[in-house]
Design a protein around this ligand. Structure first.
Ligand code: 1MF
Length: 190
């Protein structure tokens, strides 16, 4: 994955747990790079090893870390020069999700090593909720998608509940149910 992802992992750990913890995680992962270059493409293995080492050092399970990291990714990219790009692809949660494949196509035009996942949105219960279908070349990242959705909820001030309702391996692909909560619910539910 592009170095931007590993930079976001580093930022997440250092802000949350400090520089010393980051050094221990990097050591345990066997990553002896001094820093990541955002535009360089790294083997996925680097990211998976960092997450694996973080589970040991932090004593948290992988799903918990991936979820927290997904939430951080939305904030991090907005701060690291991608805020304008994110704004171009939607001003509400639903609009952004509908446009997410377009966002990845846009990034992929400039950075051809991108291997983007694909997201498909389905409105259910006359607009009270959404089903999000997630397909990826990569495995094991479904918890990160839960976090990404929570981060987007915060970005758009939309209170949501997220539940994974379909599981790759059991089902054809991962599916997430998103429910709007309270006064922030979208119009259209009657
Ligand atoms: O293949 C890749 O390198 C890759 C990197 C990041 C593929 C996808 C992504 C983004 N994606 C990460 C989870 C991937 C899970 C999977 O592969 O199954 C998160 C997608 C996403 C979901 C919900 C909300 C927001 C999301 O991301 C927004 C986004 C997506 C891509 C970028 C930034 C924000 C991006 C921008 C520049 C990139 C790479 C990704 O490359 C750079 C970086 C710096 C300088 C030049 C190029």
């Amino acid at each position: 994955m592009y170095g931007l992802v590993n930079q976001a992992v580093e930022d997440f750990v250092r802000r949350g747990f400090g520089d010393g913890v980051w050094k221990r995680i990097k050591d345990k992962a066997g990553v002896d790079l001094e820093m990541f270059v955002s535009m360089d493409s790294y083997p996925d293995d680097v990211t998976y090893k960092l997450v694996g080492a973080a589970t040991e050092v932090l004593g948290l399970d992988g799903a918990t870390i991936l979820e927290a990291f997904g939430e951080h990714w939305v904030l991090y990219t907005a701060q690291e020069g991608y805020g304008q790009m994110l704004s171009m692809f939607g001003s509400s949660l639903e609009e952004f999700l509908v446009n997410l494949d377009n966002l990845h196509s846009h990034v992929g035009l400039t950075f051809p090593a991108l291997r983007p996942p694909s997201f498909q949105v389905e409105r259910v219960d006359s607009g009270q909720g959404l089903l999000l279908h997630y397909r990826s070349e990569r495995t094991g990242l479904a918890p990160m998608v839960v976090g990404l959705l929570r981060g987007l909820g915060r970005r758009f001030s939309q209170e949501i509940n997220v539940l994974q309702v379909g599981h790759r391996g059991v089902d054809d692909h991962d599916v997430f149910r998103i429910d709007y909560v309270g006064a922030g619910a979208l119009p259209g539910q009657g």
